[in-house]
Design a protein around this ligand. Structure first.
Ligand SMILES: *Cc1c(COP(=O)(O)O)cnc(C)c1O
Length: 383
């Protein structure tokens, strides 16, 4: 038996100017949170998103915290958020003494279901948080309409959606305020890092003030309110700028990978997260659902034996110990128990993809879940 090299679920692609720019930081000694790369990264990022201003922060979780602070979230306020998301969408809400109100997800897009959002609005609702999961944008036109009609803030958690568009608008530019993560496995990385973006200059000014100890612009050591140190370093921004220079290449590679998976796995009982009408999927993680939780776990174990790393989709946040609520969210539950994320990093080779797909096919055949002869006949007929 051939011993294959392990395939991780993700690894960053650092083959542009990352090394050179980091060296420039070292040589100039601007290694802390002042330096020219911060401004350059913020400007380049805002240009890509379009119609927004941007401010860097040290990770995607504090970006969400700052967004909530910027809109003036108060203890006791309610924020409608999907249960099917990463825990960092919800923790800052709880840490601020506000209440996450979990809404269910759409079974096809895996994103927040606007109709369920509508049902959960109360007089205490302050905001809706749209999380663009795995690179597919939420139904922003409908969510924006709901928020406008009910006078609610619309927050976008775009941690998984750099390069994702909804009706030709980059995510983060549709709602009132948006947040990004640049963790090592995100589409664009700075190691750890994040960004807050907004169409409203006053919200970005507020986030920038709060991330920097609430220090006065004009008077030294004068801090006019309780604030935070959530600053990014120049070194991180240097990596980020180099990543942005290659953003188109990175996104194109991920798109090719996603299409390659979909083509090679055709005919198997794998239900991919689709690129729905009007959307441009950025394919942060290529993901599909299988029929049951047991089958998903068996498939993952089988792939692991073949040294192919995968991830399960996120557990529903309303079932975690510290965020638990007694609500019935059947779609969130189903999506979280049946989903799998495949290796999705931009430098994945076509040989890797071929091996992954062959392994998945063999698994389904071994389970008797693909009618092998009929598949062969069909493919002959279509040639
Ligand atoms: C990664 C992620 C975050 C948090 O970002 P960090 O940079 O890891 O703090 C928030 N929300 C979602 C949906 C994420 O995937």
């Amino acid at each position: 038996m051939i011993e294959h090299a392990p395939i991780p679920v993700y690894q960053p692609s650092l083959f542009g100017n990352e090394h050179q720019y980091v060296n420039e930081c070292m040589q100039s000694t601007w290694i802390s949170s002042k330096g020219e790369f911060l401004q350059r990264f913020e400007t380049a990022f805002a240009d890509i998103v379009g119609k927004v201003q941007a401010t860097t922060v040290c990770n995607g979780t504090v970006a969400i915290h700052l967004a909530l602070e910027a809109i003036g979230l108060r203890p006791g306020d309610e924020v409608i958020v999907p249960s099917f998301t990463y825990v960092a969408s919800v923790n800052p809400i709880i840490q601020m003494g506000a209440i996450p109100v979990y809404a269910d997800s759409d079974p096809v897009t895996w994103n927040l279901d606007p109709e369920d959002v509508l049902r959960r609005i109360t007089p205490k609702t302050k905001a809706v948080m749209a999380v663009h999961l795995y690179g597919l944008a939420c139904d922003m036109p409908t969510l924006a309409k709901i928020c406008k009609e009910h006078d609610l803030y619309l927050i976008e958690d775009c941690a998984e959606a750099f390069g994702s568009y909804c009706e030709n608008q980059h995510v983060g530019s549709v709602g009132d305020i948006g947040t990004f993560s640049f963790f090592g496995n995100k589409t664009i990385t700075t190691g750890e890092g994040g960004m807050v973006v907004s169409r409203h200059p006053h919200l970005i000014a507020r986030a920038a003030h709060l991330k920097n100890q609430g220090v006065s612009q004009t008077r030294e050591y004068w801090h006019d309110e309780l604030a935070f140190n959530y600053r990014m370093t120049n070194i991180q921004a240097a990596i980020g700028l180099a990543q942005l220079e290659r953003a188109d290449q990175i996104l194109a590679a991920k798109r090719r990978i996603a299409h390659s998976y979909q083509t090679r796995l055709e005919g198997l009982p794998c239900e991919f997260q689709p690129e729905t009408k009007g959307m441009r999927h950025s394919y942060w993680m290529c993901s599909f659902l299988v029929e049951s939780s047991e089958l998903r776990d068996c498939l993952r174990a089988y792939l692991r034996e073949q040294r192919i790393d995968t991830r399960p989709t996120f557990p529903p946040i309303h079932t975690l110990p510290h965020t638990q609520q007694d609500v019935d969210l059947p779609n969130a539950f189903s999506l979280s128990t049946r989903g799998i994320n495949l290796p999705s990093y931009p430098d994945l080779t076509s040989q890797d993809i071929e091996r992954i797909c062959r392994t998945i096919r063999t698994f389904f055949e071994s389970q008797g879940l693909v009618a092998k002869p009929r598949f062969t006949t069909n493919s002959h007929r279509s040639v």
